[in-house]
Ligand binder design. Sequence first.
Ligand code: ZN
Length: 103
Amino acid sequence: MRATEGLHICGSCRRPFVVHDAIQRAPAGIEQVVVDLRCVDCGWLHTGTYAMSAVEALDLAMDLDEREIRAALEVIEFADQVERIDRFARALELGLITPGDFV
Ligand SMILES: [Zn+2]
């Protein structure tokens, strides 16, 4: 199966989870690079020759995805902290936590 036009899109599952592994120079006289692509979702593997600009676009897509994942993680961590505080406050209201619990 071929890689899609946008290298970040998997040639098998069509999801945007492709990363590159090895990048090597193509043989002399060829203006492209040889890239090993791997989908981290379905395990699809592909090796092909691409313009360096396509690989740079993949790097940019990977950077943007990483930022989105980190932002989503921050939201999840914040929501988890809020939930913990709410549960603690509720336990205090119900008298389930007393000063003796901290001795
Ligand atoms: Zn895939």
